[in-house]
Ligand binder design. Structure first.
Ligand code: SAH
Length: 225
């Protein structure tokens, strides 16, 4: 899979891809992440990418031209499955959307700033809009990193235990059951007996019951989905 991220703050995206699972996925060539600096596509001598909003009001708007210059440049050597714009009014990011994106070959993620991007880009160039939650961030970069993490960990070969992503919360509309490690007795707080029993069937049953009761208690809406 190839992911292109278009941003005015490439530095902000260095760290998420330089550690742990995402770093290893890139090193193993399971995913290629290319970060493109939008300013490189500005034709104006100050390399600016934003301008005042028509109609007035506070806040700058990202200009259409550098964004389209960048997209058209990338399209000379790529065919994109989706051109995604990160936006608080986009489709909320949930596990099924992450699953779906993980099946794509080549995507663009466009990060907004200031008041957002010129609406004509959204209307005519963007194919999908994603929100990471009902709150406003200062830029799309952290959201793009969240989308990338949720998607990349699903790619075959990325997690060492292939089944691991399938037992995480939200797959099957259930939250994950509680987990424990050694010691079995920590300051008098004991690990549930069944987990020490060695009986795999009983342990599976217990985990499923815990997942259901936890979901009922914390996120009953998931059970109805
Ligand atoms: N004026 C806009 C917010 C702009 S915030 C509004 O009120 O809807 C600046 C940029 O941050 C956006 O263009 C978007 O790319 C990103 N952003 C902010 N909140 C986000 C969220 N919840 N999910 C995804 N991207 C977000």
């Amino acid at each position: 899979m190839k992911i292109h991220i278009i941003t005015v703050l490439p530095e902000l995206l260095e760290s998420p891809f330089s550690h742990s699972i995402l770093k290893r996925a890139i090193q193993k060539n399971l995913v290629e992440v290319q970060i493109h600096n939008l300013r490189d596509y500005s034709t104006n001598k100050h390399k600016s990418v934003d301008d005042y909003a028509f109609g007035g009001g506070a806040g700058m708007v990202m200009m259409p031209e550098p964004i389209v210059n960048c997209l058209e440049h990338l399209q000379q050597s790529n065919t994109f499955d989706e051109i995604i714009y990160m936006s608080p009014d986009g489709e909320p990011l949930k596990q099924p959307l992450a699953n779906q994106l993980s099946t794509l070959q080549n995507i663009v993620i466009l990060c907004g700033h200031y008041k957002g991007i010129d609406e004509r880009i959204r209307a005519h160039f963007v194919t999908r809009e994603i929100s990471i939650g009902d709150y406003v961030l200062s830029g799309g970069e952290l959201g793009a990193a969240v989308v990338c993490d949720a998607v990349i960990r699903l790619l075959p070969g990325v997690l060492s235990d292939e089944t691991s992503a399938l037992t995480d919360s939200f797959q099957d509309n259930l939250l994950a059951p509680p987990v424990y490690t050694r010691p079995a007795d920590f300051r008098g707080f004991k690990v549930p007996e069944v987990l020490l029993s060695g009986n795999a069937a009983l342990i599976d049953k217990w985990r499923h019951e815990q997942a259901v009761s936890r979901t009922k208690e914390r996120r009953p809406g998931l059970l109805k989905e």
